[in-house]
Design a protein around this ligand. Structure first.
Ligand SMILES: [Fe+2]
Ligand SMILES: [Fe+2]
Length: 474
C-alpha cells in the first residue's frame, strides 16, 4: 500500500485507472489550492516548514519529514488496505459482507455523515489562520502548520469519497465544502464549535486537546462503518489525528508548567499577581477549559436522536471500539441512562440505547478526555501548588439537547437564570480574560527561544535539537 507520488494527486487508490474520477478531482484540486491561499495560514505561503508527509499507510513507518512550502504540500488520498473478508459487525446488516459501494437506501444518510465530517476539516484551518502571527516559538509554529495541512488532507479524504461514490451531488457537496466559511453569518460551517473563533494559543491548545478529540471519536465511530471505503479512509485519518491531540495536551501542559514555575519562584498565588508576572493564571486556564469542553461535548448532538439510531441500525456509524463490546451489536433491547430535568432537579432516565447513541459516544469521549486533565494536574501538583483543574459537569453550558434549556453550574447544580448571570464570568472565559491572554501573545521566531508564558517542550519534533529551525521565513 505504498503511495504513488508521481501523480498530480498522490494516492494509494489507483486513481489513474479511473480517468473520469481523476479528472474530476484534478478539477477540484486548483479550487482547493485557491481556498488554501485565501483561508489557509495567514501570510505563510512562502515559508519552508518542517512537515511530515505520509509516504505509506504502514503504521510502522508512514511519515517523512522535510522542509516544504505549504502550498506545495502533497495533499493526497490514502486509504488503509482493504480486507476482502471484512463483514458488517453491528446493526441490522450484521454478518453481511461490508459494502464496497453505497447501498441505495442509505445514500442520503451516508452523504450527510461524510459532508458533516468533511466540513469540520477546512473549518478548523479557517479558525486558526491568524495564529501563526503570534506563535510562541518556531516549534509551536511548525506544529500549528502541521495540524493545518493535515486538516486539509482530511478534507481531501472526505472529498475523495464524495467524488468517487456520490456522482454529481457528491461533486456539488465537495464544492460547497470550499465555499462555507467558519463564523460567516450567511454561509457558516455546519457545526457550532467550528464557527467559534480560535483567537489565541491557549484557545488553540484547548481546541486541539478537546475538539480534535471529538474528531477522534467521530472518526472511530466511522471506522466501524459497514461502508468499507469510509472505514478505511477514517482509519488512516486517525493516525494523523493523534498528533493534533498531542499538540493540545502538551501545549496546555507547558503553559501550566511555566505558570507554576513563576508562581513558585515568586511565591505568588493571587491571579492578578500571576498575570502581572506575564504568565496565564490557573483560574483563566480553568475558564478556557470550561468553555472548550462544554462547546465540544455539544458536537456529539442531542442526547436522544432517531438519526443516531438509524445510522447505527443501518450499519453506517458504529460505537467507539464497537468490536470490543460484549453485547449483541444490534441493541434493540438495550437501555441507556440519559440526563433529564425533573421537578427542578437533574436526574437520570433510562431510554432505548439505540436512541441514546450520541450520549454513549459523548460519555466515551468524556472518559477519554479526563486522562489528559489528570496529567495536567500532575504538573501543578509537582510544583507544590494546591490548585486543581476540573472538568465541568456534563450539563454545564450546553446548547444542544434536553440540557439546552436549563442552567447548570460546573458542579452540576440546576440554577436560576439570575444565578447563572451572576456567576458566568467566574466559569467561562470573559472578554477580559481573552484580552489578557491576547496581550501575552507575541511572535517568537528565534530558533530555540520561547515566549515567557510557555515552557519549552521536552523533546523536539522527530528528535531534532532544541535550536532547530522548524520554519524558515525566506
Ligand atoms: Fe481532521
Ligand atoms: Fe485534527
Amino acid at each position: 500500500m505504498s503511495i504513488d507520488y508521481s501523480q498530480k494527486i498522490p494516492n494509494n487508490v489507483n486513481l489513474s485507472d479511473d480517468r473520469a474520477l481523476q479528472r474530476a478531482l484534478e478539477h477540484w484540486q486548483p479550487a482547493f489550492l485557491d481556498w488554501w491561499r485565501d483561508m489557509g495560514p495567514d501570510g505563510s505561503h512562502s515559508f519552508d516548514v518542517y512537515l511530515r508527509t505520509a509516504v505509506s499507510v504502514d503504521p510502522s513507518g508512514w511519515a517523512h519529514f522535510d522542509h516544504v512550502k505549504m502550498p506545495d504540500y502533497r495533499w493526497g488520498i490514502f486509504l488503509q488496505p482493504a480486507d476482502p473478508e471484512r463483514r458488517i459487525h453491528f446493526g441490522e446488516h450484521k454478518g453481511e459482507a461490508a459494502w464496497q459501494d453505497v447501498p441505495g437506501e442509505h445514500r442520503a444518510n451516508l452523504r450527510r455523515i461524510i459532508v458533516t465530517q468533511g466540513d469540520t476539516e477546512p473549518a478548523s484551518v479557517e479558525q486558526q489562520r491568524h495564529l501563526g502571527l503570534t506563535a510562541p516559538s518556531l516549534y509551536d509554529l511548525r506544529n500549528l502548520f502541521q495540524v493545518n495541512v493535515e486538516e486539509g488532507r482530511h478534507l481531501w479524504a472526505m472529498v475523495y469519497l464524495l467524488h468517487r461514490y456520490f456522482g454529481r451531488d457528491g461533486r456539488e457537496e465537495a464544492e460547497a465544502l470550499l465555499e462555507r466559511r467558519s463564523g460567516d453569518q450567511d454561509n457558516p460551517r455546519i457545526l457550532g464549535a467550528f464557527n467559534e473563533r480560535t483567537p489565541d494559543w491557549l484557545a488553540f491548545f484547548m481546541f486541539t486537546y478537546f475538539t480534535d478529540r471529538d474528531g477522534k471519536f467521530q472518526l472511530c465511530a466511522l471506522a466501524e462503518s459497514g461502508f468499507d471505503p469510509l472505514a478505511r479512509t477514517t482509519r488512516f485519518m486517525l493516525t494523523e489525528e493523534a498528533h493534533h491531540m498531542f499538540v493540545g495536551e502538551s501545549g496546555v501542559s507547558r503553559v501550566l508548567q511555566r505558570t507554576c514555575e513563576v508562581m513558585r519562584e515568586r511565591g505568588i498565588e493571587d491571579p492578578a499577581e500571576v498575570r502581572a508576572a506575564g504568565v496565564i493564571d490557573l483560574e483563566t486556564i480553568q475558564r478556557y477549559l470550561n468553555f472548550h469542553y462544554s462547546v465540544t461535548i455539544d458536537l456529539f448532538g442531542a442526547d436522544q436522536s432517531s438519526n443516531a439510531a438509524t445510522f447505527y441500525s443501518a450499519g453506517l456509524k458504529g460505537r467507539f471500539e464497537e468490536g470490543k463490546r460484549a453485547d449483541d451489536h444490534v441493541l434493540k433491547s438495550d437501555v441507556y441512562r440519559v440526563l433529564e430535568v425533573r421537578d427542578g432537579h437533574l436526574g437520570e432516565r433510562e431510554v432505548p440505547m439505540l436512541n441514546a447513541l450520541n450520549e454513549v459516544l459523548r460519555d466515551d469521549y468524556i472518559k477519554d478526555s479526563l486522562g489528559g486533565v489528570a496529567r495536567w494536574n500532575k504538573v501543578i501538583e509537582k510544583a507544590g501548588i494546591a490548585f486543581r483543574l476540573t472538568v465541568p459537569h456534563k450539563a454545564f453550558n450546553r446548547k444542544i439537547g434536553t440540557l439546552a434549556n436549563v442552567h447548570v453550574s460546573p458542579e452540576g447544580q440546576l440554577i436560576s437564570e439570575a444565578e447563572w448571570q451572576a456567576n458566568e464570568r467566574k466559569w467561562l472565559a470573559t472578554d477580559e480574560d481573552r484580552a489578557f491572554v491576547a496581550s501575552l501573545m507575541g511572535r517568537v521566531v528565534e530558533p530555540g527561544k520561547y515566549a515567557n508564558w510557555i515552557a519549552p517542550p521536552a523533546v523536539g519534533i522527530n528528535r531534532q535539537p532544541m535550536d532547530f529551525e522548524y520554519v524558515r521565513f525566506n
